[in-house]
Design a protein around this ligand. Structure first.
Ligand SMILES: Cc1ncc(COP(=O)(O)O)c(C=O)c1O
Length: 417
């Protein structure tokens, strides 16, 4: 640990929240070098939906490596890529009546967002993009410009033009429909908001504090996009890949985004890979026009293919919804048990947040959880939202054990207040 503290930049963050040396991980557990076991309610910020070192994926990966399968192939055609695309089409796209082209970008989520924004501007030949309050889309320059939180933006000293921020669903309270607000801005040529090439949004704002957009709001935003000839980009990097109970987070709303960004859990076991799904007619890229050395990670192709097997029928999806109910009921019970927290539970599927007050108590609670063997993080601009992102494969008894820890940790923290 001393070496890490000495050598690694001050920018490091999670090693501060969880100050132990992790050594091993399996399914929903992490283990440190002293052999302590932690239940993982963070899952690599939504990257380990299928758990750590998932047996099926590990087995395929080891066999692939032993067979001298290609590890790096630029964006050349490989057997692993071919298999993944075939399964994506047959298991995911066709049953959902989707017909996207797939673009592999650089390996991390922000690379997909950069590509999506660039493409939208190229297609519509307009510079402006609309993003929403509390949105989070990554921290490279283009993605950062559509990310709302000043903590990430202020230090960059870049020109933040070409992005208009509008209020997300619920931002102005329950009684204000912010989709109407957006429509008014677009139809009024004197509103100061230029018609954008695209609107980019998360259906549930993960980093922004587990803020859930309603189905009605999403549909209205889609219809405004159609009316004003604006592309709709859904950033499904965090809440896609089954997190909401369906493969894509927008399925329940029935909207059809023009562009979708995908990453995190898509590869299944934490290997980096990002992609952009784009409507066929938007594919105006020229060969190599948006290139990069690490586009398409063959090891990730192998594990992502295994991950897609979870979606061959609806059993996995039904199980996620079932577990989501357990989680929601227990969080509601905890918030009723400790009224001092003035907790607000929000989420859907298997992503939930519990906003607590005062803000500072949230960090005390996660620190106490960690002492008791539970890894949990915070979200929201004020870091006051306890965030539940346990792997989707977590067994019921482990989920309950983690929630018992949370319950006890809150009790301890409140005793000292
Ligand atoms: C919705 C969303 N978009 C983009 C990103 C950026 O992904 P990455 O950190 O892999 O660049 C994140 C990361 O948390 C995210 O939640």
């Amino acid at each position: 640990m001393e070496t890490i503290r000495r050598m690694e930049s001050e920018v490091r963050s999670y090693s501060r929240s969880f100050p132990v040396m992790f050594e091993k991980a399996k399914d929903a557990f992490l283990f440190d070098t002293d052999g302590n076991r932690y239940i993982d309610f963070f899952a690599g910020a939504g990257t380990l939906n299928y758990g750590h070192n998932n047996d099926y994926m590990k087995e395929k990966l080891i066999a692939y490596l032993q067979n001298e399968g290609i590890i790096h192939g630029l964006d050349m055609a490989t057997v692993a890529k071919n298999e993944l695309l075939g399964k994506l089409e047959s298991i995911i796209f066709k049953p959902r009546n989707l017909d996207y082209k797939v673009q592999f970008t650089g390996p991390t989520g922000t690379n997909a967002v950069e590509a999506a924004l660039k493409l939208a501007r190229m297609v519509k030949k307009r510079s402006n993009v609309i993003s929403f309050t509390n949105g989070y889309h990554g921290l490279t320059m283009g993605s950062m410009s559509v990310t709302a939180n000043a903590y990430y933006r202020d230090e960059a000293f870049i020109n933040r033009s070409d992005v208009s921020f509008l209020p997300y669903d619920g931002y102005l309270g329950k009684d204000v429909n912010t989709a109407d607000y957006m429509r008014r801005f677009l139809e009024d040529s004197s509103s100061g908001v230029d018609i954008p090439s695209a609107v980019i949004l998360e259906t549930i704002q993960g980093e922004g504090g587990i803020r859930v957009a309603s189905v009605e709001w999403l549909r209205e935003i889609e219809s405004i996009c159609r009316e004003f000839d604006i592309l709709l980009i859904i950033d499904d990097i965090q809440v896609g890949n089954g997190r909401t109970g369906t493969f894509f987070s927008f399925e329940q709303s029935g909207i059809k985004p023009d562009i979708v960004t995908v990453s995190k859990s898509f590869s299944g076991c934490g290997l980096p890979m990002s992609l952009v799904l784009l409507r066929q007619d938007l594919d105006i890229w020229k060969p190599g026009q948006h290139t990069g050395t690490f586009r398409g990670n063959n090891l990730a192709f192998v594990t992502a293919s295994v991950a897609l097997d979870y979606w061959k029928d609806d059993r996995f999806s039904r199980d996620i919804f079932r577990k989501g109910e357990i989680l929601r009921e227990r969080l509601n019970a905890i918030s009723a048990k400790y009224p001092q927290l003035k907790a607000e539970v929000r989420g859907r599927g298997f992503i939930y947040g519990m906003a607590v007050s005062p803000d500072e108590i949230a960090r005390e609670i996660t620190a106490e959880c960690f002492k008791k063997g539970l890894v949990m993080e915070l979200a929201g601009a004020r870091n006051n939202v306890l965030k539940f992102l346990a792997p989707l494969i977590i067994p019921d008894d482990v989920l309950t054990e983690g929630l018992d820890i949370l319950d006890a940790a809150i009790g301890n923290v409140l005793q000292n207040h």
